[in-house]
Design a binder for this molecule. Structure first.
Ligand SMILES: [Zn+2]
Length: 127
């Protein structure tokens, strides 16, 4: 299993799980508190997916990426293309997908690196 999110409440975990399931990715909610956490402190639930669904989630994230190309304010500094892809660790990719699916609750506000899909140059954008 791959853990893709942590939630303080079952309701939040369930909401995101439903959104994934409605897009064909099986999601599982696991009570990770073990009964030892003080209520309200720390994540109590984990959202997990099957490792074989990783590609599906990546494709999902890619679709979101595609849909947003036209709305982009930035373009590649080398060739001017707006067709670029973020180069981030898998965990951040997943986090981005979840955030996009769930209407934003993003904790990521650092600048990110991107790779242009036209000319392959790498550049950085501050949101
Ligand atoms: Zn370019």
């Amino acid at each position: 299993m791959i853990v893709i999110g942590y939630y303080a409440t079952l309701e939040d975990a369930q909401n995101d799980a439903n959104k994934l399931v409605s897009r064909g990715v099986k999601a599982y909610i696991v009570d990770a508190s073990g009964g030892s956490l003080i209520p309200g402190i720390g994540p109590a639930f984990e959202l997990q997916i099957d490792p074989q669904d990783r590609a599906k989630l990546e494709a999902l994230s890619d679709n979101i990426h595609r849909q947003k190309i036209d709305e982009r304010k930035h373009s590649c500094p080398e060739c001017g293309s707006k067709d670029y892809k973020s180069i981030v660790p898998f965990s951040e990719l997943i986090f981005g997908a979840i955030t996009a699916l769930c209407g934003g609750r993003s904790g990521m506000n650092t600048s990110l690196w991107y790779r242009c899909l036209e000319c392959s140059s790498r550049f950085r954008i501050s949101p």
